[in-house]
Design a binder for this molecule. Sequence first.
Ligand SMILES: Cc1cc2nc3c(=O)[nH]c(=O)nc-3n(C[C@H](O)[C@H](O)[C@H](O)COP(=O)(O)OP(=O)(O)OC[C@H]3O[C@@H](n4cnc5c(N)ncnc54)[C@H](O)[C@@H]3O)c2cc1C
Length: 396
Amino acid sequence: MIRITDKRKCSGCGACINACPKDIISFHEDGEGFLYPQVRTDQCIECHLCEKACPFVNPHPGQDNASDNPYPRFFAAQLKEKQDLFFVSSGGAFWALARAVISQQGVVFGAAQRDVDTIFHMRASSVSEAEQLRRSKYFQSDTRLTFRQVKRDLLDGRKVLYSGTACQIAGLRTFLGKDYDALFTCDVVCHGVPSRKVWRKYRQEKEASVGKKIRQLVFRDKSMGWSHNQYKITYDDGTVETERSTRQLFHAGYLQGLFYRPSCGSCRFASIPRVADITLADYWQYQGKYRQNGCDLGVSLITVNNEKGQRLLKDASAYMDFEETKRTLALASCRHLDEHPFENPDRKNFFRTFEDKGYYAAAQKYIIRRNSNNIIRRVVCKLKRIITHLTQGSKE
Ligand SMILES: Cc1cc2nc3c(=O)[nH]c(=O)nc-3n(C[C@H](O)[C@H](O)[C@H](O)COP(=O)(O)OP(=O)(O)OC[C@H]3O[C@@H](n4cnc5c(N)ncnc54)[C@H](O)[C@@H]3O)c2cc1C
């Protein structure tokens, strides 16, 4: 049976919960606010299906890594329908893939938002249902029993697109135990998921300070442009507050890795070859035709990891434009394609202050005062990375 002895080795993908034939595994929140599976041991029949489904116990063999493999290939992409770009985080590649699969009577799985605290995976079989899956939600999504639903859909002969973070895709693959022709997977590049407990406390403190409740939260509002992305908070009295994401007090702590899930700081899925058929990210450093004439509506970076991913991209060409881009440029633009998130050495101290004094006090100590140092450190890291990739590129 599944026993979590090292929290860095459980990403909370839910594969064990989906695999249990007795339904005696469920998620429980730990002291830091992360979900871990717990087994009702007295009812366990020792079938070991939970361990077999775990991508940490049983790693997926991954993509073909042969030297003549033409993949991965990298593309810049943008939705054809420009108005739709306001409802997606990047260039809308996910929406184009989803539309393509639904147009072939397929089903799409992805992360939806129920309220300001809850993100979960759901199944969509129509364009209107799939609209809920659009946009990045920067909390961990609970996959619930969607892996079982995927298997049922595949056995019913339906085409399936499953999207999520790479650890969730790895969990789905080990749960299924084999590849299915009709299954297409797409992961979003991920720089970690934050603690639910830290978010809830931040929200409560903020609500107390303004005297109103948060009714809606948009993590990536584009009304000021893609490159000026903002947190948009709507209160129960209808007032709206927007703030640049990098300056927003909760998001800044998240970006600095102060309260990531323990498994994120050593993520084994943040590497090339990637685990999914297609990987999606923001193409921040793209300077080509989708950004011409001051267009700042978002550009996706698509990594096609195998032939199946290439077929899916072709199907999606009815909904988006794309052009191939160099590996070196892609990697220079997107650190987390092949690098796991930064493990902040202050994480433990942050949690100690957070438990004693709350979010604002911990943020004062570990985010605000150190912000200028962090900015310098991040700029230096970024420059080093760009130079490394560009020098590698000139040698290719
Ligand atoms: C937690 C998180 C961290 C990310 N970190 C980076 C990063 O460091 N660098 C980068 O370039 N891009 C990152 N991304 C990806 C980026 O924000 C976009 O999601 C991606 O480029 C797809 O954008 P889109 O316009 O194609 O689709 P959108 O419509 O914007 O995104 C929808 C897709 O994201 C999935 N999704 C949304 N929220 C979640 C979630 N909580 N868990 C699992 N899947 C989710 C949906 O299932 C769907 O597939 C991150 C995304 C998430 C969710």
